[in-house]
Design a protein around this ligand. Structure first.
Ligand SMILES: Cc1ncc(COP(=O)(O)O)c(C=O)c1O
Length: 389
């Protein structure tokens, strides 16, 4: 073999079967080969296990899919390159022109834009309600059957808690599938409910470290498999290296989650009594409107605390700018604490009534609580609030 050939066919290293790596290696390979064409065809016909092309499946992704499905209490999972792709892909795979979707004003803004603007161009109709209005959901579905009900709990950013048992029962009764963006609740919450599909932004708590993006669609294997071919063609796949980093992030998922929830609870309680704060939204507070429901349906209350600072958006911006341990930026669920001031909360494209439903006020600030020492975080919040006043 000439050296020119050798560099494209390097020596093989075989790891003995009784000498396994403790951490699964990254299968950073786009292609997988068989020596035999019939074996390849058998794979295409689902007659054997294996891999062929990483846009469709890859062992590193498969390991993460199996883990996330198990945590969420389902047997099917498909990974995507971002969280929003984990919402857009099932919508595109499941819907056709003429179908109707119900969604909610309190949802993540890009999800609203996807349903209300993008899918509309493809002839999908939609109705927006408030997540507080499940009587309205019953009425709408009775009048206009829907293929899908898309919702969140707790909602981003004001942390309203959806009554999942009631919502899914209404949807089921009217023949609609449900898709729950479960990002803010985590993989270990809500699996007990009759939800057809869960979507997660892995960019948040799976990554944990703010350095990798991804998404997961989780549900019954038959439903997930029914979408696999279309989603494979649409091509949103996750890169194996990103899947490896997410898998690594998952090893500390519960440790981070528990510590961040504890910090969030302390901070919510501390800010509740603060003169410069008008309102604290955190389902872990006994006075929160979602507390009883969250206690019933979740194991914990999450790592986001949303507050309304006294004054206007300007006061919210000053507060965010004065914070030293919280960074002004998008996203959530990192080890670092993050803050989104009112000026960066997106409520555009809503009617006045819908804006009221979102419950985002002039001073609404979202805090994503990190892993720092909680005393340091509280001192930082106090100094920023004192300076804002
Ligand atoms: C609730 C929720 N869903 C979905 C997404 C989208 O995730 P990604 O940024 O990974 O596309 C986000 C991102 O902030 C989110 O907060």
């Amino acid at each position: 073999m000439k050296k020119r050939t050798r560099v494209t066919h390097p020596p093989e290293v075989n790891v003995p079967a009784d000498n396994r790596p403790l951490v699964a290696p990254i299968y950073q390979s786009v292609k997988f080969t068989f020596d035999d064409v019939d074996e390849t065809l058998d794979l295409f016909r689902h007659r054997r296990e294996g891999f062929y092309y990483s846009r469709i499946s890859n062992p590193t992704l498969r390991q993460l899919e199996l883990l996330l499905a198990e945590l969420q209490g389902r047997d099917g999972c498909l990974l995507t390159g971002s969280g929003i792709a984990a919402i857009s892909m099932p919508l595109i795979a499941l819907l056709k022109a003429g179908d109707h979707v119900v969604y909610f004003a309190e949802q993540y803004q890009p999800t609203r834009a996807l349903i209300g603007r993008v899918l509309r161009r493809f002839g999908v109709t939609s109705t927006m309600l408030s997540i507080d209005d499940l009587d309205g959901l019953e009425r709408v579905l009775a009048a206009t059957p829907a293929r899908l009900v898309v919702f969140e709990s707790p909602t981003n950013p004001v942390l309203k808690v959806a009554d999942i048992e009631r919502l899914t029962a209404i949807a089921r009764r009217h023949g609609a599938l449900t898709l729950l963006d479960n990002t803010l609740a985590g993989f270990h919450n809500h699996g007990q409910f009759d939800v057809d599909l869960f979507a997660h932004s892995l960019t948040k708590y799976a990554s944990g470290h703010g350095d990798v993006m991804g998404g997961a669609i989780i549900g019954r294997a038959d439903l997930i498999d029914s979408m696999r071919e279309d989603i494979g063609i649409l091509g949103p796949t996750l890169d194996p290296h990103a899947a490896f980093l997410l898998q690594r992030g998952m090893k500390t998922y519960f440790v981070r989650w528990d510590a961040q929830c504890r910090n969030a609870q302390h901070i919510a309680e501390h800010l509740s009594g603060h003169a410069a704060i008008e309102r604290v939204r955190y389902p872990g507070l006994p006075g929160d409107p979602g507390h009883a429901l969250a206690r019933r349906q979740m194991h914990d209350f999450g790592t986001i605390v949303t507050v309304d600072v006294a004054g206007d958006a300007e006061a919210g911006s000053r507060f965010a700018e004065r914070l030293e341990l919280f960074s002004i930026t998008a996203s959530l669920g990192s080890t670092e604490s993050l803050v989104v001031p009112p000026a960066l909360q997106k409520v555009r494209g809503l009617t006045e009534t819908q804006q009221r439903w979102t419950d985002i006020g002039p001073g609404t600030v979202r805090l994503s609580i990190g892993l720092e020492d909680v005393g340091d975080l509280i001192a930082d919040l106090d100094q920023a609030l004192a300076a804002t006043k």
